[in-house]
Design a protein. Structure first.
Lengths: 252, 252
DNA sequence: CGATTGTTTGAGGCCAGTCAAAGTTAGTGG
DNA sequence: CCACTAACTTTGACTGGCCTCAAACAATCG
C-alpha cells in the first residue's frame, strides 16, 4: 500500500522500489553510493539475496534502540534518519544523520548490542542486511569484505571530522560545515547542492553540533542577513557557497 | 641492542619481547586486549606469521603520516602514541591516544591513505599487521574477520563517546572523563587504576579535549585543591575516584 | 479554533579563551 | 658542576562568545 509521502523527486521513486519485491541492488539508483564499485554483477546478486527490504518507517519511529541485540546493519533507501546515543546522565547526543545510500548500525558490532538508537526524521525506508549472513558472504567475496571494512573506516574518519569540528570551530564554522556536508552528500546523489530541504529540526542540528537551538537560529539569521543563505524554515538555499566554504575553514 | 627506556614495570618486558624474534602473539601479555578471545591457538599462530615486529619508535617520531599510502594497521606493544588529523586550515586535532594493546591505522582503510598521522608520545614499539594479508587470512578464519569488524566498531563507538564529551561537557567533566578513561585502560592492562603517569603533554590533553592548556592546568589545580587528585607534573594519583566519576557525569 | 510544538529574537550572565608574566623542568655545552 | 636556554606549566586579570532565561511569533494538528 503506497502511502503519501512528503518527499521531493527521487525519494518518491525509491519508496516505490522498496515496496516492489522485484527491485534489486543491481537496479538500485543508490548502488554507486551504497555498494563498492569493485563488485561484479553476479557478486551483487549474491548480496541481493540476503538484503531484506521492509515497509517504510514513519517519522519519529525507531529503526532500533540502544541495548537491543545487534543483528543487522541498514542502508537508508529513502528519507533520512538520525542516530542518537544516550549517556549515563540521560541526555541524548545526536551522533549522525544518515541520508539515502548511507549505512547505519555499525556501532552494534563491537558488543553485539546497538550503542545508538536510530530514529526516522521523516518517512524512510531501509534495506536490512543481516550481519551474520553478510560476514559469511564476505568470506567468499573478498571485494565485499573489503567494502565493509571501507564502510566502517569511512564512519571512523567521518566521526573524527566531527570531533575536530566540535573541538576547534565556533558556531558559524560548525553551521557552515554542516550545511556543506549536506550539500556534498546531495550532490553525490545527483540532487541540488545549493537548494535543499533539511530533514531535521533545529533542535537536532543544535544537538549534533554542540550548540543551543537559539544559537543555531541566530547563525542562520545572520548568514541570511549577510546574503550567504536564504533560509525559510527547513528550506535552505545556498547563495554564496564559496563564502560558506571560507566561513567553515575560518578564513575570514 | 636493548636501550634504556623511561618506563615502569611491564613496559620494559614488552620492549624486550619486541626485540626477541621468538616472541609470538600466543605468549604476548597483551593478547587478551589485542586479540579476540574466540581465536584458537592455531588460529593465533596463523595471525602470528603475518605480524611484523619492528624496532622501537623514538619519542616524537612518526609511525605514519597523513596521506601516506595505507598498507598496515598497528597494535601498540609498549609505550604510547597519539593520532592527529590536520584540517584544511592547517591546525591539528588530536583524535586519540593509544596505549599498549590498542590498534591504530583503521582510518587508512577508507581511501587507501591514512587520514591521520600517528606520533610516539614516548619510546614505543608496535606490531605491524599488513592489511592485505590480514584480509586474506580473515576470509579463512571467520573469528578473525569478526574480530576486526569488532575492532573497527569499537573505534566508532569510542569516537562517538568523544563526540558526546565535546558536545555536552564542560571543562571539569572532560578532564574527569579523560582521567577515568586512562584509568580504566590501565586497569585492563593490570596496572594501577589510580596511580599512573600520563604520557602526553598538557598541550596534547587540551587539544584532544577541545580546551586550552591554561584551562587544563586550572582544572588539574582545582581538583587537587579539592582533594580529588594529586597531580605532580605528569604523575596522577586519583584519591577519590567516585568523586571523579560524579564530576564526569555532571552529578553535582 | 485552541493547543501544542517549533522557531526567532532580545537581554544579561558565565565559562572558557586570550593575553601576559612568573615559575619549573629538561637539556646543552662550557 | 653549573650557567644558560628553550620548552613546558602554572597562575592571574580581563574579554568575549555562547548559554540561559524570557517572551513573542509561526506552523501544525486534532
Amino acid at each position: 500500500m503506497p502511502n503519501k509521502l512528503n518527499n521531493n523527486g527521487p525519494e518518491a521513486i525509491d519508496i516505490r522500489c522498496a515496496n516492489d519485491q522485484k527491485i534489486s541492488c543491481n537496479s538500485c539508483q543508490l548502488n554507486s553510493i551504497c555498494l563498492p564499485i569493485s563488485l561484479h554483477v553476479d557478486e551483487i546478486n549474491h548480496l541481493d539475496e540476503i538484503v531484506q527490504r521492509s515497509k517504510p518507517l514513519q517519522k519519529g519511529s525507531y529503526l532500533y534502540r540502544t541495548n537491543e541485540t545487534f543483528r543487522s546493519i541498514f542502508a537508508v533507501r529513502s528519507g533520512s534518519v538520525k542516530a542518537i546515543s544516550v549517556s549515563d546522565n540521560g541526555d541524548e547526543q545526536v551522533t549522525g544523520f544518515y541520508l539515502p545510500g548511507e549505512v547505519v548500525g555499525l556501532d552494534g558490532i563491537a558488543n553485539n548490542i546497538y550503542t545508538n538508537s536510530v530514529i526516522a526524521l521523516e518517512t524512510a525506508s531501509v534495506c536490512e542486511i543481516p550481519f551474520h549472513r553478510m560476514t559469511e558472504l564476505s568470506a567468499r567475496l573478498p571485494s565485499l569484505q573489503h567494502h565493509f571494512f571501507r564502510l566502517m573506516s569511512q564512519e571512523i574518519t567521518q566521526d573524527q571530522r566531527i570531533i575536530t569540528l566540535l573541538s576547534k570551530s565556533n558556531a558559524d564554522q560548525r553551521i557552515a560545515a554542516f550545511l556543506l556536508s549536506i550539500s556534498a552528500r546531495n550532490r553525490r546523489r545527483k540532487l541540488s547542492a545549493t537548494a535543499f530541504c533539511l530533514p531535521m529540526s533545529r533542535t537536532d542540528i543544535g544537538n549534533f553540533l554542540g550548540l543551543t537551538i537559539e544559537t543555531v537560529s541566530r547563525v542562520f539569521s545572520r548568514l541570511q542577513k549577510q546574503g550567504v543563505l536564504n533560509v525559510n524554515r527547513k528550506d535552505i538555499d545556498i547563495v554564496q557557497i564559496d563564502t560558506l566554504r571560507r566561513i567553515s575553514t575560518g578564513t575570514t
